[in-house]
Write a protein that binds this ligand. Structure first.
Ligand SMILES: Nc1ncnc2c1ncn2[C@@H]1O[C@H](COP(=O)(O)OP(=O)(O)OP(=O)(O)O)[C@@H](O)[C@H]1O
Ligand SMILES: Nc1ccn([C@H]2C[C@H](O)[C@@H](COP(=O)(O)O)O2)c(=O)n1
Length: 221
């Protein structure tokens, strides 16, 4: 394996990106970047500022102004925006409902992509980063690039298992299926680009998925 290793993982909601990326980062002693947490942090920032999701100029201004601090430790996840810890808040349904207002604006993406590249380069050991455009836009030169997929029913069941009674069926479908449809307007995370390994996780356990990605990393001379 190279002395510095970069692994990029993309996929739709509930495909297992975060859990897999954290497991791989632990197994290979690398830093971990949750790029989606940064989009979510910006959503909190614009909502906090009273900006309406339809106000594109307001959402862009909130993105550019957002001071985002994020942990790169797979065992200690936290994120702060504009000095406030929003680690728990970014997982709330109101954030999932409005985060696509950020991800569907090219200017917001450009701003976040530049920061994400810098964060991926911060640790000399290397990084495992996950999101929607890590394999294609943020780090197309990553040593290992993986697109995780899973059937919609499996993804709904996984996300439903996590959120439990906090959401009803309609809210669950909104968080997974509607969000994927909106988020894929500017980036493609359903087809594997050239050189990207496609891994269907529908019938795999989380451990099996982590082992498959670690094996791909170990194949590198
Ligand atoms: N292969 C798997 N088999 C069963 N459950 C899984 C698998 N991978 C992940 N999970 C579970 O599915 C849920 C969603 O996983 P995770 O948060 O990693 O997905 P994600 O792709 O990052 O989703 P999102 O983009 O919506 O944040 C978690 O509860 C996780 O433990
Ligand atoms: N590289 C990325 C990462 C995330 N997004 C968008 C899409 C999601 O709706 C939102 C939150 O991501 P999640 O926490 O669910 O992984 O951020 C994106 O467009 N590009």
């Amino acid at each position: 394996m190279p002395s510095r290793l970069v692994i990029a993982i993309d996929g739709p909601s509930g495909s297992g990106k975060s859990s897999t990326a954290r497991g791989v980062a632990r197994a290979l002693d690398l830093s971990y970047l949750d790029t989606g947490a940064m989009y979510r942090a910006v959503a909190v920032a614009f909502l906090d500022a009273g900006v309406a999701p339809q106000d594109e100029a307001g959402v862009i201004a909130a993105t550019v102004a957002a001071d985002i601090q994020i942990s790169l430790d797979p065992d200690d996840r936290w994120v702060r925006v504009n000095g406030r810890d929003v680690t728990t808040e970014i997982r709330e349904p109101r954030v999932a409902q409005h985060v696509s207002a950020v991800s569907t604006l090219a200017a917001c993406r450009e701003n976040l992509v530049a920061r994400q590249r810098t964060l991926m380069d911060a640790d000399p050991r290397g990084c495992v980063a996950e999101g929607r455009d890590v394999t294609t836009v943020i780090y197309p030169d990553a040593d290992v690039r993986v697109l995780l997929t899973a059937d919609p029913q499996a993804r709904l069941a996984r996300r439903g298992g996590e959120l439990g009674a906090r959401v009803n069926t309609e809210q669950l479908r909104d968080q997974v299926l509607r969000r994927d449809a909106d988020d894929s307007k500017l980036v493609d995370f359903t087809h594997a680009a050239d050189g990207v390994h496609l891994l269907d996780t529908t019938h795999l356990s989380l451990d099996e998925v982590i082992r498959a990605v670690v094996a791909l990393a170990k194949e590198i001379a």
